[in-house]
Design a binder for this molecule. Structure first.
Ligand SMILES: [Zn+2]
Length: 290
């Protein structure tokens, strides 16, 4: 069962949100990783390891791509400056940001095994806000027993049919996943982009919150599930970090009410429905197998 797509490769990004976390500096695949400044020592080593592993996978695929390959995808590792308002999660070699097709609903399933009491309500509200700002439509396909994983395939025909696997959303304890939750990492977003002639397409992903470290529900002041949900879900639809504390995509949580700022909204509109349809390549097994 080979089925590799035309030049397709998976380019997942692990984008944690936790107060004090900063991105590692630029990495060369295979090169020793130099620690970057950070404020939560428990977080960064984990992030660096994950990023290095994923870049190595992407590099291996690039070597394996043929000359007809459509393009390459690069995770954006520099937080956008405040003046930019927002930044993308992935770009291709032409700098075009990865985006979903706003002309098709985005399906999601929920891992509800550890969902907090207010979890469904908070998730629905976060998706409503995300949809209002981006024009993207989200469709709940119900609960799943699938656990989030670094190795989750974006194409699971046996489970989800002949299409890209839906977004997997939920709360799990750190021991139930290898995504690196816990030890200061409250939420993770891992999205999958594939190259295309009109620019890269986001086609699947996972958003997971730590079920063992409970935050306050809702979207009020302080560090809340709502804030983490907005942040991680915005990653899943293509936004990266911005160094502006008034934006949800600031790398750290804040004490303010959780709502998208002007830069967040500009980014969501730029990647969403106002930018027009963006059909994704047909679903297929990506290489290399993660
Ligand atoms: Zn983040």
């Amino acid at each position: 069962m080979d089925g590799e797509g035309q030049g397709g490769y998976w380019a997942p990004a692990v984008l944690p949100l936790r107060p004090g976390q900063q991105r590692p500096g630029p990495l060369r695949p295979g090169a020793p990783v130099a620690p970057a400044p950070y404020r939560q020592p428990l977080v960064l080593p984990m992030v660096v390891v994950l990023v290095a592993v994923l870049l190595a996978a992407a590099l291996a695929v690039r070597r394996g791509q043929d000359a007809a390959a459509v393009g390459e995808i690069f995770p954006v590792r520099q937080d956008a400056p405040a003046a930019a308002g927002w930044g993308p999660t992935y770009v291709d070699e032409q700098g075009r940001p990865a985006r979903w097709d706003p002309c098709r609903p985005i399906s999601y399933v929920v891992q509800a095994g550890w969902i907090p009491d207010a979890g469904r309500g908070d998730l629905a509200e976060a998706l409503r806000r995300l949809g209002a700002a981006s024009g993207l439509e989200f469709v709940d396909e119900g609960d799943t027993d699938e656990l989030p994983s670094l190795a989750r395939s974006a194409y699971q025909p046996d489970r989800y049919g002949d299409r890209w696997a839906p977004l997997l959303l939920g709360w799990v304890p750190p021991g139930a996943t290898d995504l690196g939750l816990g030890s200061g990492v409250q939420g993770m977003s891992l999205s999958v982009a594939v190259p295309g002639r009109a620019g890269p397409s986001l086609v699947s992903g996972q958003v997971v919150l730590d079920a063992a470290n409970r935050l306050a529900p809702g979207f009020g002041p302080g560090t809340t599930d709502g804030e983490v949900l907005l942040h991680e879900l915005a990653h899943a639809v293509g936004l990266g970090h911005v160094l502006d504390a008034t934006q949800v995509m600031y790398p750290r949580t804040t004490n303010s009410e959780s709502e998208f700022g002007a830069g967040d909204r500009t980014g969501l509109a730029t990647l969403g429905a106002p930018a027009g349809c963006h059909p994704a390549p047909r679903a297929a097994k990506l290489r290399p197998a993660p």
